[in-house]
Every structure is written in C-alpha cells, then in structure tokens.
Design a binder for this molecule. Structure first.
Ligand code: ADP
Ligand code: UDP
Length: 237
C-alpha cells in the first residue's frame, strides 16, 4: 500500500490518499487538542496509543456485526481505512451526565441516564460544534431520514457492545462521539475513531477519569492512563 498526497490535516489526524482510490491512510499524531483547538499539546506516544486502541475497538465492533471503516493496522501511527464520504455531524450517546450536557441543562454530573441520551452536533469548529436535531440535518441536506435512523441504530449498537466491554474491565462508559460516512455503495459505515480522546471513561469504583478530560482539566498522566485503559481491556501497548 502506497501512501500518496495529504488530503486533509485535522487537529489530531492526517488523512492521506493511497494507490487505491477507495482507501485512505489515517495517521494518528501526538497532537492533542481541546476547546475547539484552543488548547493544543504534543503528548509523547499518544498517536501510537490511539491508533492501536482504535484498531482494537473497531475490530471488536466488526466482530459484533457493525460496519466500520477498518482495513488494517499499517504501522505504529498509520491505519488503512475505507474512504468514506463523511456526514458532517457528530453522534453522541450518553449513559451518565457529564461535559456539555451538565453545562447546558444544569443537571448533576454523574446522573445516570436511563434510557441513554442521543444528541447530534454539527461538525464545525468555527461555530463551536452547535447541537442540531434531525430536522436541521434533513433541511440542510447533511443526511436523509433513513440515514439518520441508521446512524442512531448503529450508535446505540456500539453502546451495547462497548458499555458491556468496559464494564467487564472495571470502567463506566460515560459518553462518546461517533462519526459516520457513506461507502462507495452508499452504506452508512462507522468512520473516524473510537479512542479515549472521543469518549468519557470512569473507573467503576473510584470514578477516576480515564479519558481526554485528564487533558482538558490538566489532571496529568494522560497517555499513561490511556495505556491503563487498554491494559484493562487486554491490549498491551
Ligand atoms: P478534525 O477534523 O475534527 O480536526 P481529525 O484530526 O481527527 O479531526 O481529522 C480526521 C478527519 O478525517 C476528520 O475530518 C474526519 O471526519 C475524517 N475522516 C475520518 N475517517 C474517515 C474516513 N474513513 N474517510 C474519510 N474521512 C475520514
Ligand atoms: N466529543 C468529541 N469531539 C467533539 C465533541 C465531543 O470527541 O468535538 C466527545 C467528548 O470527548 C465526549 C462526548 O463527545 O466523550 C460528549 O462531549 P460533550 O458534548 O460533553 O462536549 P465537551 O465536554 O467535550 O465540550
């Protein structure tokens, strides 16, 4: 597989074309950002840890019958993925109240959400990723009603698989963000990443934060804690 020109450089990953028009390389960098790119730092080994973590999780999701972008792990920092036509919304599921939900609605952090809550956000840093609903998505042509239904179905299916997996490893899956795209046949496929950068994980007993909130809140030991999460799941990094 040949790495060709850079297609897009995001805040944490760089996307490269390859000699196969239907495949891309995602390079996971050490850059770590928060607050829409206002706080940025390089964290040693973060790219490698997230690349391998994402590969591990997407493999589990594939095994559970969820269509993902996954092709193969190419190197420490690079993964080969299906090229998707990304839908510009973020799908968030919350099992426990935290983050923007707490700020927006004034609910208590740590409140159990049963049934879990689903939210859409528009992927737009300049507008600070505003919350949108199904009607905005259809009205502005970002996705159809059927595609919205499929994104919700898949995001909840991911919850069923991963909530149980983290629970068995002594962690609470508080919330997470997924991005979907369309493959060449027009199927909705899970893209981007699932790593501790895009979810919240708390230790079940102590409620220690084990995700990017360590970076956002300056708690330290960010990558070390991501490695501990992987270790508990049986992935040695
Ligand atoms: P951001 O764009 O939010 O700064 P990243 O640094 O993670 O985020 O950049 C990765 C970019 O690649 C994102 O815009 C994401 O939507 C896009 N992307 C992720 N997976 C795929 C894929 N399989 N096909 C096409 N684009 C993808
Ligand atoms: N999230 C993300 N990228 C974003 C926004 C949110 O990965 O651009 C993740 C975030 O890490 C958390 C979940 O989505 O796991 C819900 O985030 P929230 O809306 O609480 O926003 P935040 O607290 O990050 O402002």
């Amino acid at each position: 597989m040949e790495k060709r020109e850079e297609l897009y450089r995001g805040k944490a990953k760089t996307v490269y074309l390859t000699d196969d028009a239907d495949k891309l390389i995602l390079e996971f960098r050490n850059d770590t950002s928060a607050f829409d790119g206002e706080k940025i730092e390089q964290l040693d080994r973060k790219g490698e840890v997230n690349n391998k973590f994402n590969h591990f999780i997407m493999t589990k999701l594939e095994e559970a019958g969820i269509a993902t972008q996954l092709e193969s792990l190419l190197s420490d920092n690079d993964s080969l993925v299906k090229k998707l036509d990304m839908i510009p919304v973020e799908c968030v599921v919350r099992n426990i109240a935290a983050g923007s939900l707490v700020r927006r609605l004034g609910v208590e952090e740590g409140l159990t959400l049963d049934p879990p809550l689903f939210e859409f956000f528009l992927k737009n840093d300049a507008l600070h990723d505003p919350m949108v609903n199904d009607h905005h998505i259809v009205c502005f042509g970002w996705a159809s009603e059927a595609q919205i239904a499929e994104m919700k179905r898949l995001t909840f299916a991911v919850n069923t698989v991963l909530k149980a997996m983290f629970d068995e490893a002594g962690m609470l899956l508080v919330d997470y963000k997924l991005e979907f795209g369309l493959d060449t046949q027009g199927n909705i496929v899970l893209g981007d990443e699932f790593t501790p950068d895009g979810c919240r994980l708390w230790d079940k007993e102590t409620r220690k934060k084990m995700d990017k909130d360590r970076f956002r809140q300056g708690l330290g030991s960010v990558v070390e804690t991501y490695i501990e999460v992987a270790d508990r799941l049986g992935l040695k990094l």
